[in-house]
Design a binder for this molecule. Structure first.
Ligand code: NDP
Length: 429
């Protein structure tokens, strides 16, 4: 499909938006019907997904528009409670699309399982034994989950780490098994394998296993997105394109050296990442945990993205994240809205999903930085905040927009002023 822009999508009603997506061939008639129905989980599914289920907790799903990723157009589902996130992603995507779009690069999808051994009496002997019996360990791991091997994945490598004793901890010998999990996130696959090899590893090392479990530090399942933006697309308000570029680069440098800033910088990235991870039915805690560990890989917590100046003066952005997300497995297959998200994205693999998520993270980061180093973040935020205040004040229908517009013009924005504005509007009518 040629890359198409949706203009003023946000001004349309929900029905008009659905129709626009249908007209553009992004969704089909089945999806339109799905969207017109109640999108709550069927009770039977909700009851089997978790324990002690009482009710469901709703969050809105919206679409980020105009994404061009590896030369393909995407309309991206995002689930979030935070105003501005989808608008910011879409506006960055539109700009980056004019500059050729996002390019992504992915590693293989390998997850790491750990067995932590303690009380190893002879470390040298244990390490020798592990090296000697690598193939048997792999065979036993794969025998525990033969279907993943049949599909072309499975355990492919074993290595070991020793962690010296400290004042607070004993010595550990840690066995890592590297598993190609193909289209799954892989936690259950890996955990099954690790538990299956534990007693054999205890036997050959003469150690005691403390635990056998997946590591969420998914350093072998990495996704990188890059984009390159000419300065003539960057000017904003009184700032020239060169000034915006240089200030974004400085903001990136600040977030590299200062953990206080890096945390907020990365939170902005995760605003986009989590919203797509959630919409896709994946485990966002796994993605969050891995991302923040990766941000601290140098020993200091740093920005996950880097913005630099290209030789020709363009702004270049790059973001790398561990992205252990699945296209199958977990509750993805039984969640109707996660299934809808896959259809909306028109993707067929976990790798494509990774490309989308990491690009959204970079788009979100660009929008936040550009706003921060020019007009500030509040201008954009307060527009949507005004609508929330209007609804909180009791406005309905057209009055929401009228109260929000009044709030944007007033010097302060709070609930008291929203109530007064609503009162005045109601008296005028
Ligand atoms: P599943 O246990 O659902 O496993 C995925 C299954 O999908 C595989 O066992 C495989 O079964 C099937 N499958 C079908 N086609 C493919 C394919 N092409 N590639 C790979 N698998 C395929 O999910 P995961 O192992 O992915 O685990 C994810 C779940 O684990 C999430 O719900 C997560 O929240 C949870 N979890 C997370 C933990 C963590 O992050 N620390 C810890 C524990 C659980 P078959 O081949 O037999 O058809």
């Amino acid at each position: 499909m040629a890359h198409s822009y949706f203009s003023e999508f946000y001004k349309k009603t929900k029905t008009e938006r659905t129709q626009a997506l249908l007209d553009a061939g992004v969704i089909n008639e089945q999806d339109r019907l799905f969207l017109s129905e109640k999108t709550l989980l069927p009770d039977q599914i909700a009851d089997h997904m978790i324990e002690n289920q009482l009710t469901q907790y709703a969050l809105p799903l919206g679409v980020a528009l105009n994404f061009l990723i590896d030369h393909h157009s995407f309309t991206i589902p995002m689930v979030t409670e935070e105003p501005s996130v989808i608008a910011a992603a879409s506006s960055a995507a539109k700009l980056v699309a004019q500059a050729g779009g996002f390019k992504t690069h992915l590693t293989e999808r390998k997850m790491i399982g750990q067995i932590a051994l303690k009380n190893v009496s002879n470390l040298t002997f244990a390490l020798e034994q592990l090296s000697l019996h690598k193939e048997t360990i792999l065979k036993k791991a794969n025998a525990a989950h033969p279907s993943i091997v049949k599909r072309g994945g499975g355990a492919g490598d074993v290595n070991f780490r020793t962690i010296a004793a400290t004042e607070r901890s004993p010595e550990f010998l840690v066995v890592h098994v590297h598993v190609n999990v193909l289209e799954a996130m892989g936690a259950n696959i890996v955990n099954t394998m690790m538990e299956a090899v534990t007693s054999y590893i205890e036997d050959i090392t003469d150690g005691t296993a403390l635990m056998s479990i997946l590591s969420n530090y998914a350093t072998e399942c990495l996704a990188t997105a890059t984009c390159q933006i000419p300065t003539d697309l960057l000017s904003r308000g009184d700032f020239t394109g060169e000034e915006v570029r240089d200030r974004i680069i400085e903001a990136s440098q600040f977030a590299y050296v200062d953990p206080y800033r890096a945390t907020t910088h990365n939170k902005g990235i995760m605003n986009g990442v989590d919203a797509v991870v959630l919409a896709s039915g994946n485990d966002w805690r796994a993605v969050e945990a891995g991302a923040h560990a990766y941000a601290a890989k140098s020993g200091q917590y740093r920005a996950l993205s880097v913005w630099e100046k290209a030789d020709n003066g363009d702004l270049i952005g790059s973001l790398t994240l561990p992205l252990p997300v699945g296209f199958v497995g977990g509750s993805i297959g039984i969640h109707p809205t996660a299934q809808f998200s896959q259809r909306l994205l028109s993707i067929k693999t976990a790798k494509e999903l990774e490309s989308v998520i990491v690009s959204v993270g970079l788009a979100q980061n660009f929008s936040a930085l550009r706003a921060l180093v020019t007009e500030g973040i509040q201008k954009g935020h307060m527009g949507l905040q005004a609508k929330s205040l209007a609804i909180n004040a009791g406005a309905t229908g057209d009055n929401i927009e009228l109260v929000a517009n009044g709030l944007k013009k007033s010097t302060h924005m709070n609930l008291e002023i929203a109530i007064k504005l609503l009162d005045a509007i109601q008296h005028q009518k």
